[in-house]
Design a protein around this ligand. Structure first.
Ligand SMILES: Nc1nc2c(c(=O)[nH]1)N[C@H]1C(S)=C(S)[C@@H](COP(=O)(O)O)O[C@H]1N2
Ligand SMILES: [Mo]
Length: 193
């Protein structure tokens, strides 16, 4: 731990504090699915049950998590499906430039397609070998290692393919649209330059 460089303006905190807006959603397998919709290549909407998600090809990444409020937690190992695998299984139309990642209760985060397609972007079921806890996003969470934490919805339920950009939950509330921690892109007022 502590071997990765720390983005500017971040301080490390021990353990893995929980931080999100609103309540922790419940989970009922029979009512749960993960959907890919919007501008798919065929126009079809794709849907997976959790059983189907866990049967997809698997991969592992290790990353630090950087919250835009200034805290970084170190050395998280996440496990399950590469976002790039979802793009293969549910191909986007060539016009797609951005995706919206949707969570329970309408939380959303917009991403450039290239950020979603990055080889380290992962849709996780497990953290450090254990199932995600409810507070950290069970059953599924998006992890985008190279962006601030708000770009990674916990309780992920949908991926919307978009042919133009649209701001997500925090992006509409004063947070930066791109969220690169290495450039300290925390606030929307920084976007002008
Ligand atoms: N659904 C949902 N996902 C979310 C959030 C949220 O409010 N709702 N907050 C984000 C923010 S700002 C951060 S820093 C991380 C925190 O994840 P953690 O609680 O597992 O540390 O979750 C992200 N994912
Ligand atoms: Mo955050």
């Amino acid at each position: 731990m502590g071997t990765e460089p720390l983005p500017p303006g971040q301080r490390t905190v021990k353990g893995w504090p929980v931080s999100h807006y609103g309540p922790v959603p419940g989970f009922r397998a029979a009512r749960w699915n993960l959907q890919v919709f919007g501008a798919t290549a065929t126009g079809a909407t794709y849907s997976w049950t959790l059983e189907e998600v866990v049967a997809l090809p698997m991969t592992t990444i290790t990353t630090d998590l950087h919250c835009a409020s200034g805290t970084t937690t170190r050395g998280h190992e996440f496990f399950r499906v590469a976002a790039a695998t979802m793009l293969d299984l549910a191909p986007p139309s060539p016009k797609v430039t951005h995706v919206m990642a949707w969570a329970e209760y309408g939380y959303s985060a917009n991403l450039r397609l290239a950020d979603f397609a990055s080889d380290r972007t992962l849709i996780a079921t497990h953290h450090n070998g254990d199932l995600l806890t409810a507070e950290h996003g069970f059953p599924l969470r998006l992890v985008v290692p190279h962006l601030y934490g708000y770009k990674g919805p916990k309780w992920l339920r949908g991926i919307e393919y978009m042919t133009q950009d649209r701001r997500g939950f925090w992006e509409k509330r004063g947070y930066h649209n791109t969220a690169d921690p290495w450039a300290e892109q925390r606030h929307s007022y920084q976007e002008a330059d």
